[in-house]
Ligand binder design. Structure first.
Ligand SMILES: [Zn+2]
Length: 399
């Protein structure tokens, strides 16, 4: 008999997360008619009429209730353009009771979580200055740390918990950004849009990886929500644009079909993290690319394709936790005893999945404190057990 810790929970090929950016206390009246229309809300309308959250629940989650969503929240979002002339509402997530309780409710919901996405998200453009993404706007590490602390406290005030993870605004960072995350007490962070050319090479590209002295877990962003809805013409346009901007998105990431991108992620047991935004509305009159309104059909195709695959729907926190388990556990079988060792951090209620193969008879595991564990899945001559994150010896008792 052989025992090993599976790469992902329940021996899934890939974990799947829907990442939705910029849920905030914001409404932008894009068509300037004075009332909130569908698509204009970024969270300010909470779950009410024409709210983007309601749209997401009714058009996607209703059909795929098991999916897990991580919302990235700028806690006191400021506009892209100062004085755009549009009617807008920008406020902190603790502006009033209704707003606070909406954000808290979403965070505590079983299939969702909130994560940190900056204090203001950045400094708005005016006549002279272009928009500056938040982590590029700090003059030094100290200013970054102070602002993050303020933002984390606001997040705590609203949700009752400090954010476990987050994402750079616009995936933009500089020389001291990573240290600001490392020092602020985050367990995980999204540093890159990994379909672009980044520092991360080879097999690690679409997998989590550690950074910083406190081993923050970097969760990759691996697929665009509109992957099934990009016309060849706009692919050519993107290719030319990124070529001249020297961002050099990999050729295959633009031209490969959605099915091929998903298939390759699954085959390599990579993370499937789907990038989206809560709304297309912007103060500069442009349409926010990758938004749940324009991409709803593509999102449905992604989740349809995955519906018969061996995947694990997980929040970013759960993905990070399992990565921590996989990287910090070891196993040994000796004399009908399984020794399980876990040396990592525990930051949510996910257990370690152990795959036993070449088994001859069915069995249960009894922990040192007498608790009995049954297999959670049995297939042919192998089986899976989920064990808690404690170092323990288990007796193997044949039935
Ligand atoms: Zn953002």
């Amino acid at each position: 008999m052989k025992a090993e810790i599976t790469k992902w929970y329940m021996d899934a090929d890939s974990p799947v997360n829907l990442m939705i950016d910029d849920l905030a206390n914001v409404w932008v009246d894009s068509n300037n008619n004075g009332k909130p229309d569908l698509g204009e809300d970024r969270g300010h309308l909470t779950h009410g009429e024409n709210s983007s959250y309601k749209y997401l629940m009714e058009n996607l989650v209703r059909y795929f209730p098991y999916i897990k969503i991580t919302f990235f929240v700028p806690v006191n979002k400021k506009p892209l353009i100062e004085n755009s002339g549009l009617k807008t509402h920008y406020g902190p997530i603790n502006e009033n009771n209704e707003i606070s309780s909406f954000f808290k409710k979403v965070h505590l919901q079983e299939n969702c979580e909130l994560a940190y996405h900056g204090y203001t998200h950045g400094i708005g453009s005016n006549g002279e200055r272009k928009y500056v993404q938040e982590w590029l706007s700090y003059k030094d590490l100290n200013e970054a740390l102070e602002t993050i602390k303020k933002g984390r406290n606001l997040f705590y005030e609203v949700t009752g918990e400090y954010p476990l993870g987050g994402k750079y605004c616009g995936y933009a960072s500089n020389g001291f950004s990573d240290e600001s995350i490392n020092k602020s007490g985050f367990f995980w962070w999204c540093r890159f849009y990994d379909r672009e050319k980044t520092l991360i090479k080879g097999k690690r590209k679409f997998s989590p990886r550690y950074f910083g002295s406190k081993k923050v877990i970097d969760i990759p962003t691996t697929i665009a929500g509109n992957v099934f809805d990009v016309y060849f013409k706009s692919k050519i346009k993107t290719f030319i644009k990124v070529y001249f901007e020297k961002k050099l998105l990999l050729y295959e990431n633009i031209f490969l079909s959605g099915y091929k991108q998903l298939y390759r992620l699954l085959r390599n047991k990579h993370v499937i993290s789907i990038q989206e935004h809560i709304s297309p509305s912007r103060t500069d009159g442009k349409r926010q690319l990758l938004n749940i309104f324009d991409d709803m059909e593509s999102l449905k195709k992604i989740f349809d394709y995955l519906s018969d695959k061996n995947v694990w729907y997980a929040t970013c926190t759960q993905i990070a936790q399992y990565y921590e388990i996989y990287a910090n556990s070891s196993l040994e079988i000796m004399n009908e005893t399984l020794n399980f060792t876990f040396n990592g951090r525990k930051f949510c209620e996910i257990e370690a999945t152990i795959l036993f193969s070449r088994i001859k008879k069915s069995f249960v595991l009894i922990s040192q404190n007498g608790k009995k564990y049954h297999p959670v899945k049995v297939v042919a001559n192998s089986c899976l057990f989920n064990l808690p994150l404690e170092t323990s010896k288990y007796r193997i008792i044949y039935e």
